[in-house]
Design a protein around this ligand. Structure first.
Ligand SMILES: [Zn+2]
Length: 225
């Protein structure tokens, strides 16, 4: 680190210390959670599937303190939680995909109007942190060009239809032969990740592997290890 970076880092830590995503206790910025919450974190990750059969690694069940952490990241401006939550994604990626080499990390995009309203896309923050932790390039590859109803506001039966045809490849994205790690915050029915994967495959990707922080309906998907 340069001395300016060290100086800025010192003040950032002094005024905005890292906090445990699950209980808000101050933690060291190299930690993913406080000691107590770390002990509660499930030992194994989940192997789930997005629509279309795309494999997805998930680190945590979407409930209790874990769903609250996602909620803070998404709706309460807690962008500082992207790093510790990305550490969970990386844990699941390493457990499920082992030494598989990825060429790049990308994310589920937001419509530009919604992104402007929120000020950021939480999936992009998570993907950028994952890329840094995995020492891989991050690349924006997709665009959401049609607004739809938020997936969580639609019924399970409507979700497949709701995401169909709302994404497209960004400009000159060339993904020929690449193995892509696609990141989102939560997998519920898997239709969003499935539709994004379908579009990425149109870009001639060799393979798509998905990874998320949380999996909802773990009963349906559960497969530890
Ligand atoms: Zn904690």
């Amino acid at each position: 680190m340069t001395s300016l970076k060290k100086f800025l880092h010192f003040w950032a830590v002094a005024f905005f210390p890292s906090r445990c995503p699950y209980c808000n206790k101050v933690i060291d910025d190299s930690e993913c959670a406080c000691k107590r919450c770390r002990k509660q974190i499930p030992e194994y990750c989940w192997k789930t599937y997005a629509a279309g059969g795309y494999i997805c690694a998930a680190a945590l069940p979407y409930k209790d303190a874990y769903s609250k952490a996602i909620h803070k990241l998404k709706f309460k401006n807690r962008t500082d939680l992207a790093k510790p939550l990305a550490m969970q994604i990386v844990r699941a990626v390493k457990e499920l995909y082992g030494d598989l080499h990825f060429d790049l990390v990308t994310c589920v995009p937001m419509h530009k109007i919604n992104r402007k309203l929120r000020g950021y896309n939480q999936a992009e923050l998570l993907a950028r942190e994952c890329a840094e932790l995995l020492e891989l390039p991050y690349l924006g590859t997709l665009e959401k060009f049609k607004q739809n109803q938020p997936q969580h506001e639609t019924s399970k039966d409507e979700r497949e239809k709701n995401v169909r045809g709302v994404y497209r490849l960004l400009g000159n994205t060339d993904l020929s032969g690449k193995r892509v790690l696609l990141i989102d915050d939560v997998i519920t029915t898997g239709h969003t990740l499935g539709e994004c994967s379908r579009i990425l495959m149109k870009g001639k990707c060799a393979e798509i592997c998905c990874a998320v922080v949380c999996v909802a309906s773990v009963n349906k998907f559960i497969a530890p290890g």
